[in-house]
Ligand binder design. Structure first.
Ligand code: ASP
Length: 411
């Protein structure tokens, strides 16, 4: 039998997951076939995600240390920093503007009564975090005992420590050559493990998508259909038009070529709803399929995974306007400007895990005086929307690495 390429296997896995999920959703939830299938699916998907998480921390750490050390050696560090952060801010701003514009035109939430959601809101407790508290928390999470950060998987703190260590390695020069070589070889080994884990990706993705489909509540979906359609529509527009166009204009790479190289990571992001869990695959795709140099990829991808979230930013802006319409508050231009800024902060601060955007959403709502409890209405449909926004988050990181690579070469 001819060997099917992994790319194709992943696509087939995704398709089977969706079809099987749709089939199961029609069956009685309590039937034994349904229960057993869901049990097996949850075993496989947990295994897949656990394996990805297993390699995540050593991968983030070593890829940043090695990436920074190599970049400094080329004396391009400043330019890489500037282009990377500039690109992240630019595309997130585009995403939020797009979200706000469409939400102002289509006004999701208007015509719905907040009382319809009384049950959801009642007894729902939000963990309140005001903007100053969030900022203090964010700052505090940047610096941490590296061993605690590594052991507990605090990605942001790991990123910061690795950046500093990478810089120190270069400043230290020749004397620390052995440590750098050790890091490089460790990174190669971790990437080898990622290659092995990828063989499970078709099955893992099938199991994740099957669960995603079965978990949807049709009644709720139809009630919130306008909001959901707007979020998915705008997210896809950003994914299929805005980002690829930016890529094309900035690097000349065609969208088709990009998607061919990026699809493994995009499908995994969709299925896992976690840019962090997807990172090992994102890194593999940009290096192996899109030919981004490891020093650029090793810097931009881990940083983007924690900071650059176009999908989340866009979602927070639309959701804020949705809640405002729902409770009958008209947000003026100043308030929308506040939504713009806080949505950007909220996206930067949200970790790359499922539904992280929901937690930082509270901050956006509070900043313009909207009821934070409204998050309870959004939560039940979040699994679906999270899949789309995570895919865009990961796409933005990959495009960022291509743009940075092109622009420093062109320097
Ligand atoms: N799940 C998203 C991610 O991992 C974050 C979010 O909830 O918006 O990128």
């Amino acid at each position: 039998m001819p060997k099917i390429a992994l790319n194709m296997q992943i696509l087939l896995g995704a398709l089977c997951g969706i079809l099987l999920g749709a089939g199961l959703a029609m069956l009685d939830r309590d039937s034994s076939i349904s229960q057993n299938s869901l049990y097996i699916a949850s075993l496989i998907s947990t295994l897949f995600i656990d394996l990805l998480k297993m390699v995540l921390v050593p991968l983030v750490f070593t890829s940043i240390v090695v990436g920074v050390a190599n970049l400094r050696a080329h004396q391009q560090m400043n330019r890489v920093w500037q282009i990377t952060l500039g690109f992240f801010a630019f595309t997130m701003a585009l995403a939020i503007l797009l979200g706000l514009t469409v939400a102002n035109v289509f006004r999701p939430g208007e015509g719905l009564e907040i009382t319809m959601f009384k049950d959801a809101i009642q007894g729902f407790e939000v963990s309140q975090m005001s903007l100053p508290e969030f900022f203090a928390h964010f700052l505090h999470s940047l610096f941490m005992n590296p061993l605690t950060a590594l052991a507990q998987g605090h990605i942001l703190a790991i990123v910061v420590f690795a950046l500093l260590l990478g810089i120190a390695l270069v400043v230290g020069g020749e004397r620390y050559q052995n440590i750098l070589i050790l890091m490089k070889e460790f990174l190669e080994l971790i990437l080898m493990l990622v290659g092995w884990i990828m063989r499970l990706a078709p099955l893992g993705i099938m199991a994740l998508l099957l669960q995603l489909i079965v978990a949807q509540d049709i009644t709720l979906l139809t009630t919130l259909i306008k909001f959901i359609a707007i979020v998915i529509g705008v997210t896809l527009f950003h994914c299929l038009v805005v980002l690829p166009l930016t890529l094309y204009l900035m690097t000349g790479m065609t969208p088709v070529k990009f998607w061919k190289g990026a699809r493994e990571a995009l499908i995994t992001a969709f299925a896992t709803s976690s840019s962090a869990a997807t990172m090992p695959i994102t890194l593999r795709c940009v290096e192996q399929h899109l030919h981004v140099k490891p020093d650029v990829a090793g810097f931009v991808i881990p940083l983007g995974t924690t900071m650059n979230m176009d999908g989340t930013a866009l979602y927070e802006a639309i959701a804020a306007l949705f809640v405002a319409n729902l409770v009958g508050i008209e947000l003026d231009i100043m308030q929308q400007l506040i939504v713009f800024l806080i949505a950007m902060l909220a996206a930067i601060g949200a970790p790359g895990i499922p539904s992280a955007g929901m937690v930082t959403m509270v901050m956006v709502l509070q900043a313009v005086g909207l009821p934070a409890e409204a998050v309870a209405i959004l939560l039940p449909v979040d699994r679906l929307l999270d899949a789309f926004r995570t895919m865009v988050n990961v796409e933005g990181d990959m495009i960022g690495s291509l743009v940075v690579q092109k622009w420093i070469r062109g320097a």
